[in-house]
Write a protein that binds this ligand. Structure first.
Ligand SMILES: C[S@@+](CC[C@H](N)C(=O)[O-])C[C@H]1O[C@@H](n2cnc3c(N)ncnc32)[C@H](O)[C@@H]1O
Length: 270
């Protein structure tokens, strides 16, 4: 598989809108801003459940933190949060959050060169590994594994595909790996996988994005009425939530094409 062009990844995120929709890749579908809030709230219920055993006085490392919606949530729940973000545009918004939460330390930098002697109770990788080549994913995870406190965890949240990995190589560079690809990679890094869970709020919104994309392909631009269609699609899916995401699975239909999974990882004990 061809390598990710990091200069393009960086260019893409420099131009990203520093809103809740931008880092969630939900910008171009006419969804209301409340769609981003919905997804964050629904995901945070999952994240709170998965991290419920992490010590409240613990330290958190949030890598590729975007505008810091998660870093802020962690700052409310844990003692200290170090948040590293590569895009200057998104970092500015993260920095503002740092002024509100004295226990939140924002760092502008590349996660592949980030070094730390500290130990963490929770390392959050929320949609980061998909922008890294496999060798860099492995280097990063091998570096992080010994930084996890006993009883702590790495919590990953990555977009996934059902079959072979898919790489996008245009202005938006990304690699969507399968759950089994990630399991193999985690195993190579001395990490044991404690729990894997499909991210249902992501899948719901992704159903909307893929439906709107189909509409955009089929309808000439001047008839698209993207805002109205995006709003209708989103509120329609919300009405059908949570059962609507289960229908394609029950019928054996591979829709949406992209899924997303949470991975709870801990250092393997020998
Ligand atoms: C999909 S967004 C996720 C943002 C945030 N974790 C969230 O869940 O809202 C991916 C983020 O990773 C950042 N990123 C990608 N590659 C990076 C790198 N090598 N170093 C630092 N940040 C990076 C991007 O700038 C972007 O903010």
């Amino acid at each position: 598989m061809t390598e990710i062009d990091y200069a393009k990844v960086s260019r893409y995120w420099e131009k990203a809108t520093p809103s809740i929709l931008g880092p969630y890749m939900m910008d171009d579908f006419g969804f209301p801003a409340s769609a981003g809030d919905f997804r964050f709230r629904a995901e945070s219920r999952i994240v709170h459940r998965l991290t419920s055993d992490v010590k409240r006085d613990g330290a958190v490392l949030d890598l590729g933190s975007g505008i810091g919606v998660w870093a802020e949530d962690f700052a409310r729940r844990f003692s200290t949060v170090t948040a590293v973000e590569g895009s200057r545009t998104l970092f500015k918004a993260l920095q503002k959050k740092g002024t509100v939460y004295p226990n939140l330390l924002p760092i502008h930098g590349d996660v592949t060169t980030f070094e730390s002697d500290a130990r963490y109770d929770l390392v959050f990788l929320g949609g980061l590994l998909m922008y890294l080549n496999e060798t860099d994913v492995i280097d990063l995870l091998r570096k992080l594994a010994p930084c996890i406190e006993p009883g702590g965890m790495i919590l990953g949240r990555e977009s996934t595909v059902r079959g072979n990995a898919v790489a996008l190589r245009g202005d938006y560079q990304v690699v969507y790996r399968s759950v089994s690809d990630y399991m193999r990679i985690f195993g190579q890094c001395g990490l044991s996988v404690r729990h894997v869970e499909r991210n249902e709020p992501y899948v719901l919104i992704e159903m909307g994005s893929e439906l709107v994309e189909k509409w955009q392909k089929f309808m000439p631009v001047r008839f698209q009425a993207l805002r109205a269609v995006g709003h209708l699609t989103y509120f329609g899916l919300r009405l059908g939530n949570p059962w609507i995401t289960r229908i394609p699975k029950a019928l054996g239909i591979a829709f949406p094409k992209l899924e997303n999974h949470f991975f709870v990882l801990a250092e393997e004990t020998s």
